[in-house]
Ligand binder design. Structure first.
Ligand code: ADP
Ligand code: MG
Length: 652
């Protein structure tokens, strides 16, 4: 009986209970899961390098036989360096394996190996070239003759399994004791016995237009590429088969965002009136300063959304200090003037209180009533606040998570702003929106973030939101001067400030216009974007501000390079790009969020172009009525695992 994608892995020949258990720990249960465990690297084992041709610093794959091997204990006793000598018909090559005791007794004289690694000059004997800790794979066939003549090699090769040499070979990350070679073998067996007539989630015409292979071909060729493929292209994930799999992941993810957005648009929101003279007057009256051109532009974008009967879903991106708060307050005033309530949710009590104080100061001029709701309130205060929110007396409610608790009822919530969104999950955003659904209308939503997210990633993360950018700082700021110094100089630094020492008070988002000096100890432990946020707490007034970054006495080159980025620039987007490149998207967002994407092969950073293409194609299908049949077919054809992964179960 042929395997199907939903067959459990233990049905594959060679997968016993132990291996099935190892795979299960990695979330691999079915043949489909296994086929998405992709090689991280490929080796050209058609054209092996000759030992004779090896030069220092080159990376080579060679096939050679074991001449001798020996573990030598180091002085410290515990561990050993394994010294291996191999030969091919053109020469001999010494190899060293640190922590190599595991190799003892495993490598027999005459054993055929594939070695992959970088050639280096032996520091003790500069005339000699060696490989240190090369990757090593034992070939199945053991030929005990040491005379590695051509005739022997051909004979040996015929015995050798076709997954090991004579092709471009996929290399997998080991799963516990389940090594690369056995994984390869298992996937090979699975592909041999798999029914190739599998459903293809990409519509036929789309696939033809983009020139992608079928799903089965893409999987088969990603694991076992044809001999003509370029190994370099494969290692950069640029082969047509890999590109198709990457596209597919982005496509389904974007499709789920597109369907979310479509569903949101079908909901009714209250179309605000805001052209009336009294509303324009009200907006002007609350402004404590002249808005920047960027603030005016963004407010116009928001206003255009608010006038529509479909709910706004907008992300407002703006560097620290760019003045997002006043824009959110203006939108709140529009809601209030339209007889609705507005809510502003902040991630911490400190921020909520600060927003409350400044909102009250600004909005009292217009006679608006502002309410604070945080869990730190006394219970009498809290129940009064809840009453005022329920009756509609509270017009703007500012708070923390306390806002989304079950006991909070609004009278007529029409506008929601969420500050520093990256601290909240999508679910929390939705729960606050549901507070408005109680009276049958979805609220207009504005999400504020100071994390300058490179465009690619904001598409991935917030693909269901429209984006506005505040790319201009209010006037009158003096640029912050940033200095990099090391721990031994710290006493001098402290002497020069003696101001005030703050720890958590300096929250992201806190606004203290007359703070002018900041010292950050152990600066090397922070992410650059985090440092940028912290530094954004100073330099908000007209006086010159200084930021001192203190690193350890001995800093790695990498740490120094990162911190010097902070000295060089104060452009949040530039810093974010650098941070992202140095740390990767997982670290950048915290693992939970990047894990949520559930991508196996796609990388938003590396595959930016495919992401944008997939987004265009997915939104075109989701948004066009004439594509309804194609859309239904995609959704019906999705295996359950994919429905879960991309939350695509909801048929539009
Ligand atoms: P963020 O975008 O980091 O949330 P805030 O909204 O806290 O920034 O604004 C930072 C500071 O700049 C506040 O003190 C605010 O009053 C001030 N501000 C905002 N817009 C302007 C402007 N157009 N002109 C002058 N000062 C402004
Ligand atoms: Mg802010």
């Amino acid at each position: 009986m042929p395997l199907s994608l939903t067959t459990e892995v233990r049905m594959i020949k060679g997968v016993g209970p132990n291996r099935a258990e190892l795979l299960a720990k990695r979330g691999i249960y079915t043949v489909d899961d296994l086929l998405h465990y992709l090689p991280f690297r490929y080796e050209d084992r058609i054209h092996f390098s000759n030992i004779r041709d090896i030069k220092p610093d080159g990376i080579y794959t060679i096939r050679a036989r074991v001449m001798s091997g020996q573990a030598v204990r180091t002085m410290r006793g515990r561990d050993a360096i394994y010294h291996l000598l191999v030969q091919d018909p053109t020469g001999q090559l010494p190899c060293k394996f640190f922590h190599g005791s595991y190799l003892e007794g495993r490598l027999k004289q005459g054993q055929l190996l594939v070695l992959h690694g970088k050639a280096e000059i032996d520091k003790m004997r500069p005339a000699r070239i060696e490989m240190v800790n090369p990757q090593i794979e034992l070939l199945s066939s053991v030929d005990h003759s040491l005379a590695a003549h051509e005739a022997d090699r051909t004979a040996a090769q015929e015995e050798i399994d076709s997954t090991e040499v004579g092709r471009i070979v996929p290399i997998y990350e080991a799963i516990g004791t389940f090594g690369s070679r056995s994984i390869r073998r298992t996937i090979y067996t699975a592909l041999q016995t798999l029914d190739p007539r599998m459903l293809d989630v990409l519509p036929e015409d789309l696939r033809a237009r983009l020139g992608y292979p079928s799903r089965f071909q893409a999987l088969a060729q990603t694991h076992f590429p044809a001999a003509e493929e370029s190994v370099d292209a494969l290692n950069e994930f640029r082969s047509p088969a890999q590109q198709r799999l990457i596209f597919e992941e982005f496509f389904l993810y974007q499709l789920s965002l597109a369907l979310d957005r479509r569903a949101a648009r079908k909901e009714n929101a209250i179309a605000f009136r805001l052209r009336e003279e009294n509303i324009r007057e009200a907006l002007k009256r609350i402004l404590p300063f002249k808005p920047t051109a960027a603030q005016k532009r963004v407010l116009a974008e928001i206003a255009a959304d608010l006038e529509k009967p479909a709910p706004m879903n907008r992300l407002l991106q703006g560097d620290v200090g760019s003045g997002k708060t006043i824009v959110a307050l203006q939108a709140a005033v529009v809601a209030i003037e339209n007889a609705c309530q507005a809510a502003l949710m902040a991630p911490t009590e400190i921020l909520a209180v600060q927003h409350f104080l400044s909102a009250r100061r600004i909005l009292e001029r217009g006679g608006y009533r502002v309410e604070l709701l945080i869990s730190g309130l006394k219970s009498a205060e809290k129940s009064t606040a809840l009453d005022r929110i329920r009756s509609g007396e509270a017009q703007l409610v500012i708070g923390t998570h306390a806002l989304i608790e079950d006991n909070v009822e609004f009278s007529r919530l029409g506008f929601v702003a969420i500050d520093e969104q990256h601290r909240f999950g999508v679910l929390q955003r939705k729960r606050l929106m549901d507070k408005a659904a109680a009276h049958g209308r979805a609220p207009h939503v504005l999400v504020l973030t100071a994390t300058p997210i490179p465009r690619t990633l904001s598409l991935t993360l917030y693909g269901d939101l429209d984006v506005s950018v505040l790319d201009e700082l209010p006037p009158g700021r003096t640029p912050i001067e940033t200095h990099l110094t090391s721990e031994p100089h710290l006493p001098g630094v402290w002497n020069s400030i003696r101001l005030l020492v703050a720890t958590t008070v300096v929250e992201v988002g806190v606004d203290v216009p007359n703070a002018t000096v900041m010292v950050i100890e152990h600066a090397e432990r922070f992410g650059l974007s985090q440092l940028h946020q912290l530094r954004g707490r100073i330099g908000r007034g007209a006086q010159k501000s200084h930021c001192v970054l203190v690193g350890p006495a001995r800093m790695t080159d990498e740490a120094r390079a990162r911190l010097e980025t902070m000295v060089r620039t104060s452009n949040g987007f530039e810093i974010a790009e650098t941070d992202l490149e140095l740390r990767g998207p997982g670290e950048f967002f915290g693992t939970r969020q990047s894990g949520d994407f559930g991508f196996h092969i796609a990388s938003p950073l590396r595959d930016r172009e495919l992401l944008e293409q997939a987004r265009r194609e997915a939104f075109a299908i989701a948004d066009s009525p004439s594509q309804k049949i194609a859309l239904d077919r995609i959704l019906r054809g999705l295996p359950p695992e994919w429905q879960r992964r991309y939350h695509l179960a909801k048929v539009g």
